[in-house]
Design a protein around this ligand. Structure first.
Ligand SMILES: O=C(O)CCC(=O)C(=O)O
Ligand SMILES: [Fe+2]
Length: 258
């Protein structure tokens, strides 16, 4: 039952007014944070399993541009177009998440999928065709971070499972670029990297559901400065059926294709 997983009294996922409210918030703010989304029991179970699976996580460190594009030789290496930032994280994939995990119950629940669809304005949502990409758990240990970037996907869904003690904050600069009209905004991006802009610090607690539009809003996870591992579940859907995550992305983030 979904009410074993979600605090449905607090978050009425099937209620029209509730959905409208969430939709407005998501579109106005670029993100929607629902605190105390998971039940305590579900959160505890997910946290225990994630801690047990930590040893199987694939850790990788990468240099990438804010735009997640290969460097463009037309620009100098230090230009904001090509500037490299660092991301380090560990990841376990969908096939390592327990079959009966509350995360999977949530991911598969039609009422949740419909809620996400309505809030984000998607016409339909499907799981990934490969066995790795739909549900992931990310780990950030001391010193690890996710560098500033714009996502490739139009929106993302995260659930904080274990908070870091110090650092490891989710920082967000809403609508910093504007898709086809202004895909670069070099001066705006530069200002963020130079620390001249105060990003929004998004307050999230273990059990918070966060939906955000990461395609045009630059975001990062600041370095984890404490001893506790930051553990974050990420739920990913596709707007078309039968699509796998690219082989390149799977090899980079998971270290394997299947
Ligand atoms: O871990 C987070 O809070 C954000 C993750 C993220 O931005 C991403 O996976 O692209
Ligand atoms: Fe992202």
């Amino acid at each position: 039952m979904l009410d074993d997983v979600v605090q449905l009294e607090r978050h009425k996922l099937a209620d029209r007014n509730f959905v409208q409210c969430c939709r407005r918030e998501f579109h106005e703010q670029g993100l929607l944070a629902l605190d105390q989304f998971l039940t305590d029991r579900a959160l505890q179970r997910i946290c225990d399993s994630a801690a047990r699976a930590r040893d199987q996580a694939y850790f990788c460190q990468q240099q990438h541009t804010v735009y997640l594009l290969p460097p463009d030789p037309e620009f100098p290496a230090e230009h904001i177009r090509n500037r490299q930032v660092t991301s380090t994280k560990g990841c376990i994939c969908d096939d390592q998440v327990e079959r009966d995990s509350p995360l999977r119950q949530l991911y598969d629940a039609p009422v949740f999928r419909q809620f996400v669809q309505q809030v984000t304005g998607q016409t339909a949502l499907y799981p990934y065709a490969d066995r790795l990409s739909s549900i992931n758990i990310h780990y950030a240990e001391t010193g690890q971070e996710l560098g500033w970037h714009f996502d490739n996907s139009s929106f993302a869904i995260t659930l904080l499972i274990q908070a870091p003690n110090v650092g490891g904050r989710f920082e967000f600069v809403r609508d910093l670029r504007n898709g086809p009209m202004d895909p670069w905004n070099f001066s705006g991006v530069n200002a963020v990297l130079e620390g001249e802009v105060d990003p929004e610090l998004v307050a999230i607690q273990p059990g918070t559901l966060l939906l955000f539009r990461g395609r045009n809003s630059m975001h990062r996870v600041s370095p984890n400065e404490g001893k506790a591992t930051r553990m974050m579940a990420v739920l990913a859907y596709n707007h078309e059926p039968g699509i796998a995550l690219s082989e390149n992305a799977r090899l980079t983030f998971y270290g394997r294709l299947e």
